[in-house]
Structures are given as structure tokens and as C-alpha cells.
Design a protein around this ligand. Structure first.
Ligand code: FE2
Length: 669
């Protein structure tokens, strides 16, 4: 007679419990147990509950391989799904093995759980395990399929509606989340009743303030007060929602003929543009990627999008200020260079047109494509290529949580006909083309922050908190990933012979980067180091980078004069022709402004079900070493959080978006 002790934990989310009968069969190298009902006195399997059960067999089952779970109805009632978190089994010889489940179990289906140490395929030494592993991958590949919505953009999952998502990834709160999302959108619209749909033009900026009765943040109030200031304008290209474009200018582009005379009044006394360029104090945003894109027709007029250039100067007070703006790529009489010394309204409009292209690039490329779409590629590749017992599945699954849900929902709402991409000056066609152009030029190194910062020459620009906090986060994530990867891959040959890992990176290369070899993305892995770097990039992108481009949207973009996705009038072509009236004619009308403000609210509001970076509520690793690595990771993040909070307390404009206490583990909004 042998006795197995089972500790069975039901999830703690709404409706996780069940009244149904639960049966378990243990499968070992020496045979399998009877199919046994888990039944104690009283109600079993209530939400959040852990029950202890004993299962007796006539003899030992040998090495325990699988735990099979089945659920039969107690009554003939509608399905009563059970969310089983985990089962811990103590064998007759005292070995304790963890069998993580973390999925919903329905009637009539057999779920077989793998347990114990994480393994790669070549380490499975029993035919039961090999078969189980292969079958799991075959099932997953049929469940999670790629869809091509545009041949020149990253591929996505083929789920059209969240109701189609398999229970396995429809984690906790899925229905609640969807409801909240819809409620927020309609709630935001209700708040502006009477203003939505209004085609009236604003007459005073004071009136725009009135739409913010429902919400303000310290930062959104600061933006309303300072949006016209040149130094705050410059600051935003480093520390607002799009810190991704600006770079050091080591030579003026030939199509941007800024002269010494033009910028002299903006520079330190006795200095020259040439000297400041040599000293590394001159920076540039060049939006040439927007040149020639199709634009939207709005009220019968084709809108204008300016592929502009903006030159910045870091002055001796460490304030970054715009010093020259040219709104189109080719210099001409009708494309003058605007300067801070021009009339206030000319300069303001020039800055607004640059901000408009910056925002469109931010929303389509840096937020939607490089964060949301790439996160979806990582998610689908992980679900299709790695079985749950694989160490990288255990590491990555918390970082892809809810991503298919949010992207599937976004495809229906935010990206729908009334969504952000459509309502911008570029409209859907222009935004799609912009993303295609950007993907064809996307490089691996640009997704790796240390290389990105170096390539842009931004290593030493002062007051660049996105860089300061981002690089620290990159290093912390990298140390954690290195520890985990080294624990499971003791040599490069382990990497080379891990067929599942190779399938994973190959899927990402094919479906995410469209097999573009020039991009520098790996199509396969040869070394432990390559795996570490790539996985670091994945975790950084879906957590920190997404937070950097997502979380400040209400703060910076709800005050539409500070940055608008839509501008209705053509840009100025000469000096001295613009007035405040021109500014209001150019800004979105009342209804459009309200819509943008509501959208920035919906997009950057946190859900209550937040899982912060480094938090792993599911116990998936069974060994002490990775558990300790997670604790070390959390301790490092917590130290960084304290340091950022302290630094921010001394700043006039704090930078909070890369504080680990504000970063989610995965793209969920
Ligand atoms: Fe987002």
C-alpha cells in the first residue's frame, strides 16, 4: 500500500470554485492510480481554498510523471468551470512535487499536468512525457494560429472577439475587464454629453479647460499651465510619451539650412551653432519617415501632415529648447525655417505641427506596433512553441498575460472606425503605411535600450529620466534573465539542441519581423548570451517600454493644444500671417477635442487587476534556485523604486512612468 498526499488549490478569482465532482489519476513510471474522486466532508473547491486529500495505491507508482484531472457534473446544470491553480503532491517516499495548473477546467475534458523541475524537450526521458509534450504542442498550434491582417505588418493571433479566446489564457477577471473597458468608453462619452459631435470651434483656451471637470493629475495641470513654454516643449521630447525620436545632431542635414545668424539669439553668448554641435549640445527630431504619406479627408479638405525637422539646443541651464523648425523636408520659399524670434503665433503653430507628427508616430509606431503588436507576436509564439514545463514558458507567461485580450478588444474599439488611428490627420491608410515603413526599418538594436541610447548619441544629455530609469531597469531585468537562463542552459550546446526554443525564435523572426535579415533580429539562437539578450528585450518591451509610451497619455495628451493627433488647417507657409484665431481654426473642433481627451483617459487608466513588474502570483517554478532569483529581482526593483521616488521628490516635473511601482508585467492596456 502506498499513500500520496495531495494539496489542491482553487484560484482566488471570481467564480473560480465549482460544485462539480473532481477526479484525479496519478501517472508514474511504475503505473497509474485508480481514477479517484477528491471528496472531503463539506464543500470542496471553493474560491481561494486549498484542500488536502489522500490517494492510496496498491504499490508505489515509481517516478511521478503526470496528474490527470477530470470534472463531472454534480447536477445537470449549466457548465460550472473550475479554476485549478496548482496541486502539490507528496509521494510515499516524502518527495514534494509541484504541478502548476493555472487554467479553467471544463466538464468532459481530461487535463494532464506536468510537474517538478522545468525541462527542455531533450531532457524528457520517458515516453509518457515525450508523448504528452508533443501532444500539448500539437493542440496549442491548432488553438493559437497566426493571422495576417497586412502582409507588411507583424502578424497577430486569429481571434476576432474576446469570447473566442481559450480559457487557458482568459485569465482572471477577463469578463469584468471587458465590461469595465466598454463602460469606461461609454462613461467618458456620457460625461461630455452635449459636446461630443459638436463641430463648433474653440474660442478661448479657458473653455477647453472646462472639459476636465472629471479628472486631473498633477502633471495634466502642469501641462495646461506650461504647454507654450519652449523649455517644457523640449523636455517632452525626452520625458513625455515619446522619448524615442530625438537624437544628437552631429551635422545639420543638407535639407535643413539653418544659419548661424538664425539661431545666434538662442545660443549662449559668444557661442556659435558649430561650436555647440561640436560640444554635443544640439539635438534633432527629423520626421522624414512621414514624407509623402496619404492623409485623411476631413470636412471635404485633404489634411496636411508635415514631415518636419526640429532643432533643439541644450542650454547652459540644462534646459532643452527648440531653436529652429522647418515643417517640410525640402527647403523652399514656402517652407521657411521658423524661429523663437518669429511672432508668437507663428512659432506656436510650427511647434504644434511638429507635435502632431510626433504624436501620430508615437501612437501608431511606438505604442501600437512596437509595444502592442510585438507583445502579441511574443505571446502567440510562446503559446505555440513552448510547452508549460519549458523553463522559458514559466518565465515568460506572466509577461504575456492579458495581451491577446487587450489587443483583440483594441482591434474592435480603439483601432476601429472611431478609434485613434482613424481620427488622426493621417487617417487609417496613412497610419498603416507609416507602420509598414517603420517595420521595414526596424532593427533589433533599436529595441535594446542601451544600444538605442548609444545610437542616438544620448548617453550624456542631462535630465533624461527615461534613459536613466530605463537603463537601470534594463540592467535589472537582464541580470534576472541571465540567472534564470544560465540555470537551465549550462552550455551553448543546450541552447542549440533545444528544438522548442529554436521554434520559438523562428516564429518570432517570421511572424514579427517578417524574416528581414537586415533588421539584425536572430532567426535562431547559438549561445546562452543570445538567448539572455533576446529574452531581456522581450520582457523590457512588454513591461517598461510599454509603460513609458502608454502611462503618460492622459498627463500629456489630454490637453489637446499641447499635442493633437488631428490638425485641421494647412501649416503656415510664411511669417506673420497667423493669429490666435488661426490656432483655434487649426486645433480640433469641440467634439473632436472631447473625443481625444476621453481616449487619452481610457488608454492610460489602470485596471484594478494590476500585476506589477516582477510580481509572479502564479507558482510555476518548483525549484528553490529560480524562486530565489525572483526574490532577488523583486528586491532590486524595490530599491530602484525607492531611488526614483526620492529623485522625483526633488524635481519640479517628476518622471514616474518607469518607476517599477507603475509598470505592469505585461501589456494589458
Ligand atoms: Fe497600451
Amino acid at each position: 500500500m502506498a499513500e500520496y498526499k495531495l494539496e489542491v488549490t482553487t484560484g482566488d478569482m471570481i467564480n473560480a470554485g465549482t460544485f462539480d465532482h473532481i477526479f484525479v489519476t496519478l501517472i508514474g513510471t511504475g503505473g497509474k492510480s485508480e481514477r479517484t474522486e477528491l471528496d472531503n466532508e463539506g464543500v470542496d473547491f471553493q474560491t481561494g481554498m486549498t484542500g488536502m486529500y489522500t490517494l492510496k495505491t496498491s504499490s508505489s507508482l515509481g517516478k511521478l510523471l503526470l496528474v490527470r484531472l477530470e470534472k463531472d457534473p454534480l447536477f445537470v446544470l449549466p457548465e460550472d468551470e473550475w479554476y485549478c491553480s496548482k496541486i502539490r503532491v507528496t509521494t510515499p517516499d516524502g518527495e514534494v512535487l509541484l504541478f502548476p495548473c493555472y487554467r479553467w477546467i471544463s466538464r468532459g475534458k481530461q487535463e494532464e499536468l506536468r510537474g517538478g523541475r522545468a525541462t527542455k524537450a531533450f531532457e524528457d526521458d520517458h515516453p509518457v512525457l515525450t508523448d504528452h509534450r508533443q501532444k500539448e504542442l500539437i493542440d496549442k498550434r491548432s488553438l493559437y494560429q497566426w493571422a495576417i491582417t497586412d502582409p507588411k505588418l507583424p502578424h497577430s493571433s486569429d481571434f476576432k472577439h474576446v469570447s473566442e479566446l481559450p480559457a487557458e489564457i482568459a485569465f482572471s477577471m477577463s469578463k469584468l475587464m471587458e465590461m469595465l473597458y466598454a463602460k469606461r468608453t461609454s462613461g467618458a462619452e456620457l460625461m461630455f454629453k452635449g459636446l461630443l459631435g459638436s463641430t463648433e470651434q474653440w474660442e478661448k483656451t479657458e473653455d477647453i479647460k472646462k472639459i476636465f471637470w472629471f479628472k486631473e493629475t498633477t502633471m495634466s495641470v502642469y501641462v495646461i499651465e506650461h504647454w507654450k513654454d519652449d523649455d517644457f516643449y523640449g523636455f517632452q521630447f525626452l520625458n513625455a510619451t515619446n522619448p524615442n525620436v530625438i537624437k544628437r545632431c552631429s551635422k545639420l542635414p543638407p535639407n535643413f539650412p539653418v544659419t548661424e545668424e538664425m539661431v545666434k539669439p538662442s545660443l549662449a553668448e559668444g557661442s556659435s551653432l558649430q561650436m555647440e554641435i561640436m560640444n554635443g549640445n544640439v539635438f534633432l527630431c527629423d520626421f522624414k519617415m512621414m514624407d509623402g504619406l496619404p492623409t485623411k479627408v476631413h470636412d471635404g479638405q485633404t489634411l496636411h501632415v508635415t514631415a518636419g525637422l526640429c532643432l533643439f539646443y541644450m542650454n547652459p541651464e540644462n534646459k532643452l529648447k527648440p531653436i529652429a523648425i522647418q515643417l517640410h523636408q525640402q527647403p523652399s520659399e514656402k517652407n521657411p525655417i521658423f524661429l523663437p524670434s518669429d511672432s508668437e503665433m507663428d512659432w506656436l503653430l510650427a511647434k504644434m505641427f511638429i507635435k502632431n507628427v510626433d504624436l501620430m508616430l508615437h501612437q501608431s509606431v511606438y505604442h501600437f506596433m512596437r509595444a502592442h503588436l510585438l507583445a502579441e507576436v511574443f505571446t502567440v509564439a510562446t503559446l505555440r512553441s513552448l510547452p508549460v514545463i519549458h523553463p522559458l514558458y514559466k518565465l515568460l507567461i506572466p509577461h504575456v498575460r492579458h495581451t491577446l485580450q487587450i489587443n483583440t478588444m483594441a482591434r474592435q474599439s480603439v483601432l476601429g472606425p472611431d478609434g485613434i488611428l482613424h481620427t488622426s490627420s493621417l487617417g487609417w491608410d496613412g497610419m498603416m503605411e507609416l507602420m509598414r515603413r517603420s517595420l521595414s526599418e526596424l532593427t533589433y538594436s533599436s529595441l535594446c535600450l542601451p544600444e538605442n541610447i548609444a545610437a542616438r548619441g544620448l548617453e550624456s544629455i542631462p535630465n533624461f529620466y527615461y534613459r536613466d530609469d530605463g537603463l537601470k531597469l534594463w540592467n535589472i531585468i537582464s541580470s534576472f534573465v541571465k540567472a534564470i537562463v544560465r540555470h537551465y542552459y549550462s552550455s551553448d550546446s543546450d541552447v542549440q539542441k533545444d528544438t522548442e526554443l529554436q521554434a520559438w525564435i523562428s516564429e518570432i523572426f517570421t511572424h514579427g519581423f517578417l524574416e528581414n535579415k537586415a533588421s539584425g533580429f536572430p532567426a535562431s539562437f547559438n549561445t546562452v548570451e543570445e538567448v539572455t539578450k533576446f529574452v531581456t528585450m522581450v520582457i523590457f518591451t512588454v513591461s517598461a517600454q510599454h509603460a513609458a509610451v502608454n502611462n503618460g497619455q492622459f498627463d500629456f495628451n489630454s490637453w489637446v493644444p499641447n499635442g493633437s493627433l488631428l490638425l485641421r488647417k494647412p501649416p503656415p507657409t510664411t511669417n506673420g500671417q497667423s493669429s490666435m484665431e488661426t490656432v483655434f481654426e487649426t486645433l480640433p473642433n469641440v467634439g473632436e477635442t472631447v473625443k481625444f481627451a476621453a481616449m487619452s483617459w481610457v488608454l492610460s487608466e489602470e485596471y484594478t487587476d494590476v500585476v506589477l513588474l516582477g510580481t509572479y502570483p502564479d507558482e510555476r517554478f518548483d525549484e528553490p534556485a529560480p524562486k530565489q532569483m525572483i526574490k532577488d529581482f523583486q528586491a532590486e526593483l524595490s530599491c530602484l523604486s525607492e531611488a526614483i521616488t526620492k529623485r522625483n521628490s526633488e524635481l519640479e516635473v517628476p518622471y514616474t512612468y518607469l518607476n517599477p511601482d507603475q509598470i505592469e508585467n505585461s501589456v494589458t492596456i
